[in-house]
Design a protein around this ligand. Structure first.
Ligand code: CP
Length: 299
């Protein structure tokens, strides 16, 4: 993770230049397979590929033969037969990227698989937090919201704990996984407890599309009990607010909190491009051949 974050910091310098492009992945072909809607992840992967001078193909279900009944395995094998190098996949089924890695030889990058994991989101979150605090070790991070259906929560728990942060999970009991004890995190059902001594509050969207109805009495009651409001920012003067997006204003965060100067949500989005450049570059094998010198030349 530290190698990826250090490489992302190098690429961030490229993105601040007048010409935001390097030749690091020239000759590499990347296919973006997005089987679920996405704004941030899809566009930032696409931008990352273009900034690295890769050739990119975007695939969507509606205009592919998947809509005629072709399987994921057959689709991937046919695309690979056209000579590609990397596949970025978002899929509603947990484990879809791992399944694909057994079907084809191309490098597979997980851009979010169901309620399982979203590794590049956790990496860009770590990079964003590290911009605001001198060390990640010992930092108090509270993840608040629909933990049981959130791939972002799972990847962040693993990543944050690996770098020594202390993680608190805050949700109504109905939105916590049954195996919550195995994650090594403090658990509370009270927002005030989660925010006490907290450095970063990471709010999560209610994943209505992944769950059955009735897990919270109403959206309004959820906001009353678990929504972060301006009063919380006034009470906790150093608290930073994060959210992976898309935000439901007035549900997990009050609108004024989203727009507050201590909300670093758009920094997360900015860092997404550099982190995805780093992941693609390191997985392409180009780094082994050329070292980080490849970052210094314009395309
Ligand atoms: N954070 C995130 O995954 O957002 P998108 O669904 O818009 O890609």
């Amino acid at each position: 993770m530290h190698l990826i974050l250090d490489t992302a910091r190098e690429f961030r310098r490229v993105l601040e230049r007048q010409i935001r492009r390097v030749p690091s992945l020239r000759g590499i072909t990347v296919v973006n397979l997005f089987f679920e809607p996405s704004t941030r992840t899809r566009i930032s992967f696409e931008l990352a590929e273009k900034r690295l001078s890769a050739d990119t193909i975007n695939f969507s279900i509606s205009d592919s033969s998947l809509s005629k009944g072709e399987s994921l395995k057959d689709t991937a094998q046919n695309i690979e037969a056209m000579k590609i190098d990397l596949v970025v996949i978002r899929h509603k089924s947990p484990g879809a990227p791992h399944f694909l890695s057994r079907c084809i030889d191309s490098v597979i990058v997980n851009a979010g698989d169901g309620a399982h994991e979203h590794p590049t989101q956790a990496l860009l979150d770590l990079l964003t937090i590290s911009d605001h605090f001198s060390t990640l070790s010992g930092l108090n991070v509270s993840i608040i919201g629909d933990i049981s259906h959130s791939r972002v929560a799972r990847s962040n728990i693993y990543a944050l704990r690996a770098v020594g942060a202390k993680v608190t999970l805050c949700a109504p009991p109905t939105l916590l996984p049954v195996d919550i004890g195995q994650y090594g995190c403090r658990v509370t059902h009270r927002l005030d407890e989660a925010l006490e001594g907290c450095d970063v509050a990471m709010a999560l969207r209610q994943q209505f599309e992944r769950r059955h109805a009735g897990l919270v009495p109403s959206v309004r009651e959820y906001h009353d009990q678990f929504g972060i409001k301006l009063a919380h920012l006034e009470r906790h003067k150093n608290l930073r607010i994060m959210h992976p997006g898309p935000v439901n204003r007035g549900v997990e965060l009050a609108g004024e909190v989203v727009d507050h100067e201590r909300a670093i949500i758009l920094d997360q989005v900015t860092n997404g491009v550099a982190v995805r450049m780093a992941v693609l570059y390191l997985l392409s094998g180009r780094q082994a051949a050329s070292g980080l010198d490849a970052l210094s030349d314009d395309a």
